[in-house]
Design a protein around this ligand. Sequence first.
Ligand SMILES: [Zn+2]
Length: 119
Amino acid sequence: MSEAPETLRYCHCESCKKLSGGAATVNGRVPSKAIRILEGEELLQTFEPPGGSGKTFCLACGSNLFGGGWPESETCSVRATAIDDPFDARPSAHIFVRSLAAWETLPDDGLERFETTSG
Ligand SMILES: [Zn+2]
């Protein structure tokens, strides 16, 4: 990745719950062209949820890597868990809080909250 994400957001949408097995994914927004696959491109698989954007994961280990329609979209979401090198960005918001599960409680962390995206 040639650009580190500037901000991270927790996404609580239904797709992210299914993909993560938890309450949310943590994502950084970067230009799709900032991502270069160095090896294992043949192991990437993209799931296109109805009415949503493509989510890409690894067929070998199941890791959730990209969302937001990578690689066709201008910008995409990189899952924070897919970035091995340390980086400074910290989550700044919770998005898709309209999709909170009955078993889910948002932390009182002072971060901005958005019903859907933050625009
Ligand atoms: Zn999501």
